[in-house]
Ligand binder design. Structure first.
Ligand SMILES: Nc1ncnc2c1ncn2[C@@H]1O[C@H](COP(=O)(O)OP(=O)(O)OP(=O)(O)O)[C@@H](O)[C@H]1O
Length: 317
């Protein structure tokens, strides 16, 4: 369990983390979301004692990180996959970590096998691709067989097989009763992986809730209907007291999840339907809606570039 109590970090005038209070529980995957610069990495660094809070408190299983003996056996983390001595082989990098934490050399081989790096274990890390570096970082996090795991953007640089692998790994670590805390900007991936979400914006807590509740509370789900007898259907739905939004073309939309009732009403009046589908809001929509006001770094949506003939500039057209 990770407990944050009014955790605050200031860098000069900048408040990176602002009175953040939440508990990251064991047995589930907790996603840690927030726009760029929201304070996710700073929070993770404070959990690991790499940054000191300006105010507030953070504890791992009731203790501060620096009170943990052999900390890798309590908490494993992937924060920066490049934080590896490039001249060392993958095996030696992990062996050094193992020896300084009272972990056996046998465990090094085990985690190399788990992350699929056994074949390149004796190769120098500086020759690794970004994805291989991520795998090495994950191996280091797993080394002490810890009860708490934290991953900052773990799927960065991984190929589709690697992304599937880490999703399965995180779920199985949680199913074993461990605490799994993971940040990512990949909403579709988070939606498949996390059970619970902690969302921050400009250092402040915006949501601490289950995935399902988060989507339900922050985005619109509706029933989409198409019918060649649109006008008759509209009358029937109005008579039944159902509020209908007339979307473009022949499409009608009804907020909420009443597809069964709509289907039965249509059937009862002999109305043909070409479509009756529940449109579930996505995590991405819910996230964008909630964090709209907390986004610090907006891309400029400039005017559409004028269509140009390819090569016009250098040919002087
Ligand atoms: N060492 C530092 N000195 C000064 N400011 C810092 C430092 N570290 C972080 N910050 C600032 O604190 C804020 C939070 O940064 P942080 O890296 O924690 O955000 P993040 O949510 O991890 O962002 P991203 O999603 O872009 O990785 C940012 O405004 C950042 O510029």
């Amino acid at each position: 369990m990770i407990e944050l109590v009014r955790l605050t970090k200031r860098y000069g005038e900048k408040v990176a983390v602002d009175h953040l209070t939440c508990t990251v529980r064991p047995g589930i995957v907790t996603g840690f979301l927030g726009p760029n610069g929201a304070g996710k990495s700073t929070t993770m660094r404070m959990i690991l004692g790499l940054d000191h809070p300006t105010a507030g408190d953070v504890r791992i299983d009731g203790r501060h990180y620096d009170q943990l003996k052999d900390p890798l056996t309590y908490v494993g983390a992937l924060l920066d996959a490049k934080a590896v001595h490039g001249g060392r082989s993958a095996y030696n990098h992990l062996l050094c970590l193992a020896q300084s934490n009272g972990i056996s050399a046998r465990r090094v081989s085990e985690v190399l096998e788990t992350v699929g790096l056994t074949a390149v274990a004796r190769k120098k890390a500086k020759g690794f691709s970004y994805g291989m570096g991520q795998r090495l970082g994950i191996a280091a996090a797993l080394l002490g067989d810890p009860r708490i795991l934290m991953f900052d953007e773990p799927v960065n640089g991984l190929d589709p097989e690697g992304i599937h692998w880490i999703r399965t790994l995180m779920k199985s670590l949680a199913a074993q009763g461990r605490t799994v805390f993971v940040s990512s900007h990949l909403m579709s991936e988070m939606a498949l992986t996390a059970d619970h979400l902690v969302v921050i914006g400009q250092g402040r807590l915006l949501a601490d809730t289950s995935m399902a509740d988060f989507i339900r509370q922050n985005a619109r789900s509706y029933v989409r209907i198409r019918s060649p007898q649109r006008e008759r259907l509209l009358d029937v739905l109005h008579e039944a007291g159902i509020t209908v939004v007339e979307a473009g073309g022949s499409v009608l939309e009804v907020d909420g999840g009443e597809s069964e009732r709509i289907g039965e009403l249509a059937a009862g009046h002999g109305i043909v339907l070409h479509e009756l589908s529940t449109q579930q809001a996505s995590l991405e929509e819910a996230f964008m809606q909630l964090t709209e006001d907390a986004v610090e770094y907006h891309a400029q949506a400039g005017p559409e570039p004028a269509p140009q003939e390819w090569g016009a500039a250098w040919r002087g057209v």
